[in-house]
Design a protein around this ligand. Structure first.
Ligand code: TNX
Length: 763
C-alpha cells in the first residue's frame, strides 16, 4: 500500500515541501523516495534536521557493522559523522521481533525530533538505515529528512545479483563498491561466478597450476563473437582472487547482510581447469583456456574418478571461505559430445545402469550434491540440472526460461528465477546504434521491472518454492568496470524492486520518478549508470488500412517529441509528434525527446523501405520459434529490416525447419524485383539456407520458379535482391532450405541450425 497524506492541508504542505526540495521544475518527473518501494510509507509535513550534534543510539544487541555503510555514505554527503549517543541519540536503533514480525523487516519513523528504526533482526535494522540513507536530502549544505512512517519487509527471501568474473576479471575494489550498492537496494545475495572456460579465478592451494595456468588465457577476442573470422588482441589476460582476498570480500559482504554464493562450474564450462589438469578431460588434451565466448565440447570426464577427487578437493578449500548454506555447481550448457565416445564415461553409464549421457550428467550432479550435503551444504544449479532427473535437495536456478523454475516448484524443489529474457544484464538495454557492444538480446529497464516471478502455472502451494529472483551479469562484453556499471545500473534497481516490493505496490512510472532522483546520486557515487531509459521507444504496427504505422513514446512525463522524415536532425522547429502516423514513403525517420528546450537522450532513428508487399497477407508453412517469433506475419512486410542486433524483434527464426512463405499481393500486377534478408552468423548458430528460391503465380496454384541462389557469402545480413524479367503475378512464394544439423567442425556441431529471415521484398 502506498499512502500519501490524507488531509487536504497535509497534501498542500507536502506539495509545497516537494517543490522546495526539487526546486519546483522537475516536481512531476522526479521524486525522492526509496528503491525498492516499501510495503507501506506515509509521508508527513515534519522535517528532521541533522547536525553534528545528532547522536545515534544503538540499542542492545545491534551490531555496529550495520552502521559502517551508513556512516561512510553519511560522511560523504554531510562532511561529518554522527556521534554515539546510546539512549540519548536522536537517531534510535533497536531490534524488536515482536513489534516487527517479518524477517528482514523494519519500521522507520521520522518526526522533527527523532528518527527511530526498529528491525525484526539485524538485517531489518540495516535495511531501515538503507531506507533512511535514500531519504536524506541535502540543500544549502544541510541534511534533512522529510517526516514519515514506514513499515517494510521483503516479498522474497532471495534477492540476488550474479557476476561472471571469468570472461572478464574485476578487482576486489570494484566488487566491494558494487556490494555497497547492492546492499543499499536491499539485495541480499551475490552469486560469484568464479570459474568458466576463459579463466579460473579463485586460489586453490592444493592445485597451484590453477593459479599459474588456468587463471590466464593467451588472448581475448575483439568485438562480437558473431563476427567472422574471429579477431584477437594478442594479449595474455587473467588474474585470480587469493583466498585472503576472498575472505575479505565475504566479510565485507556479511557486514552488509549479503550472502555470497560461490559458483564452481561443472561438468561443463571447464576448459580453464582442463588446461592445467588435462587428465580430467575425456581425451587427455592438450587444452587451452578459451579466448572467445561460447560453449565448448571439452568438459570434465564423468567416468574418471580423478575428476571427482579434484572437484571435492577444490570444494574442500572453497567451503571454509564461504559460510553460505548454498553452493552453486553450475550444470549448464554441458555438451555430451565427448562423453559419447569416451570409454570411461561409457563404462560409467554401464556400471551405474544409466540410460544415456543425460543421466550421466544427473549422476555427476547427484554425486557432487551428496558430497556437499555431507559437508552440511545444499546445491544450486542452472536449470539443466533437471536433465536426467533432479538431485534430491537441489535448488534450480531457472535461466533458459521460466519452465525450469516451474518444473522444480512442481516437484517441490526450491527455485530462483533468473530468466534470460527478462533479467540478463549482459543483454542490450537499448537498441540505439550507438549503444556499446553487448551480448545480444534485449532487456530494457521496463522489461526487467515488469518481470513477475510467480507465474500462473503455479498453485499457491507451489509458488512458495519460488524463493526469489536474480539478475545475471555475464561478462563477455563487460571489458571494463565502466562498461559493467553501464549494463548493471540502473537495471539492478529494477531487479531489487521485483525482489522486495509486493506486486500491488509496483508501478513502473512511479519507479521511474524515484529513479530520476536517484540517478544523479549513483553518478556521485562514481557509478557509470546508464541514463537512456527515457529515450524514445517505438512500435511499428499495421494500420486499419494495411499501411505501416509508427508510434513513438518516451516515459518522461510532459516530454515533447519532435521528428523529421528527411534524415535531418530533429529540433524544436521540426514536426511535433502527437499521435501514431502512417509512414508513406521510404526513408529515415529521426526523432528526439525534449523537456522544455532541453534534449533528453540520444536521437532515435529508423529506416523504412516501402514496396508492393507492405501490409499484404503472408502465409507461413512452418512457424518461427522461440525468441525469433515476432508473433505475427506483419513484421515480414512492415518496411523495417531486422538489424545486426539479431534480437531486435524483426527477425523470424526457423530452428531446423525450412522457410516457406507466400505473399498474396491482392491482385495480379507487374513484378520485377524480389528480395529477402538472410542473417548468417555461424558463431550464433544462424545458418544461410542451402537453397533459396522465388516463385511467382497468378492463381496461387501454379508457380513458376524465377530465381534460385545457393551461396550467401556475407557474415551478417545477406540482402538478396533478385532482378527478374518483368512478369505478372499475384502470389510470390519464397522457399529456403534449412541447413539442418550443424556440421562437424563448426560451432555447436550437431545442434539444429537457425534459418533467420526478415522482410519479403516485392517491387
Ligand atoms: C549462457 S546463463 C550462459 C553463460 C553465458 C550467457 C550469455 C548460463 C547458465 N550460461 O555461460 O555467459 O549465456 O548470456
Amino acid at each position: 500500500m502506498i499512502n500519501t497524506c490524507t488531509t487536504v492541508f497535509k497534501n498542500i504542505c507536502y506539495t509545497l515541501f516537494l517543490c522546495l526540495l526539487m526546486g519546483g521544475v522537475h516536481a512531476q518527473v522526479k521524486e525522492q523516495g526509496i528503491i525498492p518501494q516499501p510495503y507501506r510509507i506515509q509521508k508527513t509535513g515534519d522535517v528532521f534536521r541533522f547536525s553534528p550534534n545528532v547522536a545515534i543510539g544503538v540499542g542492545d544487541g545491534i551490531s555496529t557493522d550495520n552502521l559502517i555503510f551508513f556512516n561512510q555514505y553519511f560522511r560523504s554527503l554531510a562532511g561529518y559523522t554522527l556521534k554515539n549517543g546510546k539512549n540519548t541519540g536522536a537517531l534510535q536503533l533497536r531490534i524488536d521481533s515482536v513489534a516487527v514480525t517479518q524477517a528482514e523487516g523494519y519500521k522507520l519513523s521520522v518526526t522533527s525530533k527523532q528518527i527511530s528504526i526498529i528491525g525484526h533482526d539485524q538485517a531489518g535494522v540495516f535495511y531501515g538505515l538503507q531506507s533512511l540513507l535514500q531519504l536524506l536530502h541535502k540543500s544549502n549544505g544541510k541534511i534533512t529528512v522529510q517526516g514519515c512512517t514506514i513499515e517494510d519487509h521483503p516479498r522474497f527471501a532471495y534477492r540476488g545479483m550474479h557476476l561472471d568474473v571469468s570472461r572478464h576479471f574485476f578487482k576486489v575494489d570494484a566488487i566491494k563498491k558494487w556490494i555497497d550498492l547492492l546492499a543499499l537496494y536491499k539485495i541480499n545475495t551475490f552469486h560469484w561466478h568464479l570459474t568458466d572456460d576463459q579463466g579460473w579465478r579463485i586460489e586453490i592451494k592444493k592445485y597451484p597450476l590453477l593459479q599459474s595456468i588456468s587463471a590466464y588465457r593467451d588472448e581475448t577476442i575483439i568485438g562480437h563473437k558473431k563476427d567472422s573470422p574471429h579477431r584477437f588482441d594478442g594479449k595474455r589476460y587473467g588474474g585470480y582472487y587469493t583466498q585472503e582476498e576472498v575472505k575479505a570480500v565475504v566479510a565485507y559482504a556479511t557486514q552488509r547482510h549479503i550472502t555470497i554464493i560461490p559458483e564452481i562450474e561443472m561438468p561443463g564450462h571447464a576448459l580453464a581447469a582442463l588446461s592445467a589438469y588435462p587428465e580430467l578431460g575425456c581425451t587427455g588434451g592438450p587444452y587451452k583456456a578459451a579466448t572467445y565466448w561460447g560453449i565448448f565440447d571439452d568438459v570434465y570426464c564423468a567416468g574418471n574418478e580423478q575428476t571427482f577427487t579434484f572437484l571435492q578437493n577444490v570444494l574442500d578449500e572453497v567451503l571454509p571461505l564461504f559460510p553460505s548454506r548454498y553452493i552453486h555447481i553450475g550444470g549448464d550448457e554441458c555438451p555430451k559430445t565427448k562423453w559419447k565416445t569416451c570409454p570411461k564415461c561409457q563404462q560409467r553409464i554401464k556400471d551405474e545402469h544409466l540410460k544415456d549421457e543425460h543421466e550421466l550428467q544427473s549422476y555427476f550432479i547427484g554425486r557432487m550434491e551428496k558430497y556437499l550435503n555431507s559437508k552440511g551444504r545444499q546445491i544450486i544449479g542452472w536449470d539443466e540440472i533437471l536433465e536426467g532427473g533432479l538431485a534430491p535437495g537441489a535448488t534450480v536456478m531457472s535461466w533458459t526460461g521460466e519452465e525450469g523454475g516451474i518444473a522444480a516448484a512442481k516437484l517441490h524443489h526450491n527455485a530462483i528465477m533468473t530468466p534470460e529474457k527478462y533479467v540478463y544484464l549482459d543483454y542490450y538495454q537499448s537498441l540505439y546504434p550507438s549503444e556499446p557492444l553487448a551480448g545480444g538480446g534485449y532487456t530494457p529497464l521496463s522489461k526487467v521491472y515488469n518481470y513477475e516471478p510467480i507465474t500462473k502455472e503455479l498453485s499457491d502451494d507451489e509458488a512458495k518454492y519460488i524463493k526469489g529472483v536474480q539478475a545475471n551479469a555475464w561478462s563477455e562484453y563487460l571489458a571494463s568496470t565502466a562498461q559493467a556499471e553501464h549494463q548493471i545500473f540502473p537495471r539492478i534497481l529494477a531487479l531489487s524492486e521485483i525482489g522486495w516490493t509486493t506486486k500491488g505496490n509496483k508501478s513502473y512510472s512511479n519507479f521511474l520518478k524515484r529513479l530520476r532522483y536517484e540517478h544523479p546520486l549513483l553518478k556521485q557515487l562514481n557509478i557509470n549508470a546508464a541514463d537512456t531509459f527515457d529515450e524514445i521507444t517505438d512500435s511499428v504496427t499495421e494500420s486499419a488500412d494495411y499501411q505501416v504505422q509508427l508510434a513513438l513514446s518516451s516515459t518522461l512525463p510532459n516530454a515533447q517529441i519532435y521528428y523529421t522524415t528527411n534524415g535531418t536532425t530533429p529540433g524544436l522547429k521540426s514536426k511535433k509528434y502527437n499521435k501514431p502516423f502512417i509512414v508513406t514513403t521510404s526513408g529515415q525517420i529521426k526523432a528526439a525527446v525534449f523537456s522544455g528546450a532541453k534534449q533528453i537522450g540520444r536521437v532515435y532513428q529508423k529506416d523504412f523501405y516501402l514496396d508492393k508487399a507492405i501490409g499484404k497477407t503472408v502465409t507461413l508453412t512452418n512457424q518461427p520459434q522461440g525468441g525469433y517469433n515476432p508473433g505475427n506475419t506483419f513484421g515480414l512486410v512492415n518496411g523495417v529490416f531486422g538489424s545486426k542486433l539479431y534480437n531486435d524483434g524483426q527477425w523470424y527464426g526457423f530452428n531446423g525447419d525450412d522457410l516457406e512463405a507466400v505473399v498474396d499481393l491482392g491482385k495480379v500486377q507487374p513484378v520485377s524485383q524480389l528480395g529477402i534478408n538472410i542473417l548468417k552468423y555461424h558463431w550464433q548458430k544462424m545458418w544461410e539456407p542451402t537453397l533459396l528460391t522465388f516463385e511467382t503465380s497468378t492463381d496461387g496454384k501454379n508457380y513458376t520458379e524465377v530465381y534460385r541462389q545457393t551461396t550467401f557469402n556475407d557474415n551478417g545480413i545477406n540482402a538478396v535482391r533478385a532482378n527478374i524479367k518483368a512478369t505478372q503475378a499475384r502470389y510470390i512464394r519464397v522457399k529456403g532450405t534449412n541447413k539442418g544439423i550443424i556440421p562437424p567442425g563448426e560451432y555447436i556441431a550437431g545442434a539444429k541450425a537457425w534459418l533467420m529471415v526478415d522482410e519479403l521484398i516485392v517491387k
